[in-house]
Design a protein around this ligand. Sequence first.
Ligand SMILES: [Zn+2]
Length: 332
Amino acid sequence: MSERTIKHPVIEDKQNHKLTTQVTETGCQMSNLYDLINAVNELAMGYASEETTSLLGRLHRPLPPGEEPVRLFSLRYDVDRCYSDNVLAMPVSCITVLSFTLLGHTRFVCVSDTHLQTHKMDPLPDGDVLIHAGDFTQEGLPQEVVKFNDWLGTLPYKHKIVIAGNHELSFDPVTIKSWECMQRYDESELKDMYLKLTNCTYLEDSETNVLGFRIYGSPWQPEFFDWSFNLPRGQPMLDVWNKIPEGIDILITHGPPLGHGDKTMSEQRAGCMELLNTIQKRVKPKYHIFGHIHEGYGVTSDGYTTYINASTCTLRYRPINKPVIFDLPNPS
Ligand SMILES: [Zn+2]
């Protein structure tokens, strides 16, 4: 097999796919590129046919030492619905997909629980809207919030949406009073901490409209030691979820719902039952983004809502989980 590089800046087909590619080392025919477009699209829909599985299998070969696998797409789908735990992250040696765009769609890039480790993260992928589902600091100290905001300022997304998590102690009046690390600061220094987030839209039990999409964000989770935005399970949690309006496209919370991305190291499910009920019976968003349970990173679905635990950090606070990407057709 001869080694060569052919550049294909952009490939478009009649089904509105646009793929910017670079092909090196041709072990596959040009027609495979079109198959690849279909395969990527199929996988983006959370489904892999036998043909797709076989195509990606053909493209797979062991990587030489030191070579990084190319990620077509960082989504991870339900194992039951795909033939592999992570088909989309398979090494593809002969085709490098530089970017993949669905024309007429908005691309969302989701991260969470970055815990001030952003300097150790790989560069984030292209997209239109960045979503961060909370825990961007360790203790919510003012200098930590400023550092995170500076990082946001370096990112080229058109829109950036952020909520707080249980680590953002200075965002919750209860933990401002109860935590010792907060006592070092003047009351005035901790007031309205969200105003330091100048490089994003901060949501706290509130909604924003971005490019025609309705997005709602809330930081609460069922009691978790004495951290921020804690409430007892049951009615108090339901009371905050009852504020979520119907008809939203994307819901962002810090904690997971019961049964999706919520399994802890000890195999316990930490998710909120009231949140699951609210999502499935009343709100029915297309996507639900959250973090909090670092080890629950990944994507699941109930057939209508796609649940994304976007935790960037692992249980040991290593920021190695890839951002999760999805595309939504632009509202007409
Ligand atoms: Zn966290």
